[in-house]
Write a protein that binds this ligand. Sequence first.
Ligand code: AGP
Length: 615
Amino acid sequence: MCGIVGYIGSKSAVDILLNGLTSLEYRGYDSAGIAVCIDNQVELYKAEGKLQNLKDIVSAQKTHIEKSSIGIGHIRWATHGAPTTANAHPHSCNCGKVAVVHNGIIENYKELREKLEKQGCTFRSQTDTETVAHLVASKYAVTKDLTEAVRLATKEIEGAYALCIIHQDVKNTIVATRRNAPLLVGIGDNEFYLASDVPAIIEHTKKAMYLDDNEIVTLTPNSLLYIDSDNNKLTPKIEILPWEPVALSKMGYKHFMLKEIHEQPDVVRNVLSGKLRAIDENVRLDEVTLNQDKLKVLNRIQIVACGTSLHAAMIGKYIIEDLCGIPVDVEPASEFIYRRTITDKNTLVIGVSQSGETADTITAVRQAKALGSHILIVTNRPDSTMAREADSLVPVNAGIEVSVAATKSYMAQVISFYLLAIYLAERASKRVETNDLNKLKHELIVLPQKIEEILAHKEGIQACAKKFANAKDFIFIARGINFATALEGALKLKEISYINATGYTAGELKHGPIAMLDESMPVLSILMNGKVYEKILSNSEEAKARNARMIALTNSTDSKLDDLFESIIRIPDIDEMISPALAIVPLQLLAYYIAEFLGKDVDQPRNLAKSVTVE
Ligand code: AGP
């Protein structure tokens, strides 16, 4: 969701900006723009739609634009105002001397706009961001100091922002600041980069510093001034970024999503590595700081998350309750934050987030922290806001995920929940026999080979995708621990193919959804050997009796299934408790092949953003 890139140094800025924006494309956007400074004039270039439209505009004037060695760039995911060129960032003020790019939402923009209009400012867009450009310009007119102008402007702004600002009267300078939206400064030799995420700068430098809320940085090619909102000087905390540029290559796959699905066997191995060292050793989670005193008083777990992370959380609930006997509630973060919750110091609150930057989840864990709960974050980004504010951390180590549709990060979250549940069972509960825990550990260790087996035999899934690609709707049914798999399978399909797909607990089908069944409706039953196998089989019979087109995803070799199901996707046998980690793989592939067959933009589906940094 929105992406920022900035550069100041001695190189030409334009390619750095455009390449940086290209590497942020995965976040989801609908317009793009850059601002550069040439012959002491700020110039803006903007386009609606794909970044290629902006690249075409820029390439027509490349020899002129490449003269600038300073610039800021942006991809916008529309919140206030349609995705038009006028609403694209950067935004400017009346005199055109200021350029601003912004991620986040200025909540009091209406009041600010009214005030600024009364002072003579003319607005050219419907965005909240344009108020910042006018506000900074008006502060600069008084202070003649860009850092001070930005500092004073942020005192009047309410909401969330990462901002990069240039002013043509303040040569070779970028001022940047943030509140509740990520921003980092990449450090090179007599040059600096700014970005809302690592991929935008990683090919240039691995040295960087993250800004915290309300901090301001003023960059020139050879100086960095770092202050807080009260004008106190701060000392930069420089970190080495963990990412490898190779993560951003498709490595021969047609789409990042397909590459990321194929990375899952190694992702499982990575998550287990160092944490599950031997079957007869306790699971180690080095960054979990729950000591025995805290564990003794722990009487409840509350998990908050959104989207795919919420589905991983549902599996987490199931496993923790089963292995530890501790009651676990799971709630979408966006619901949790708008009701009276009853978390307290005896509640462990777990936030799950691939990006660690999802606004609703950040707000939810902050609220719980204020009520005294211990906050544990399960995230793929140990450098994120959530991770940095956590009491305990479970880094899921999936590596950078580029495709908007989460696949390998979901796998890593699910595996992390198995480890967390076993960790808690080994320390806080003696409910499950050591032998049974050891069996689960064994199943986790052999899981990568089973995923590899599915990936090596994708033809059946491809054929099934082709057969059902023209369906208008899709129903996924499951029971027990795999209900979350049904929801996640349906989410993957709707996200990238735009087919209306819904997951139901199979037992609920006859309480309403069965009314929708006829010969045009595919129903995919997730039928794993175990406690609920026979039950789902009967629910599938009920659906078949209403002429639905039946598909089975199963680890059963039962030949009776051949009569009931039009298509059968078979997967290797696996313990029911671990089965969600295996069953999701063919569903990711099914969604992928259907979307690809329909010619959809698999890695960047319409309207979606990778990291939803606004509420
Ligand atoms: C997953 O395919 C989606 N892109 C989306 O549901 C995502 O899981 C959700 O926005 C939460 O993001 P997070 O894990 O980064 O917090």
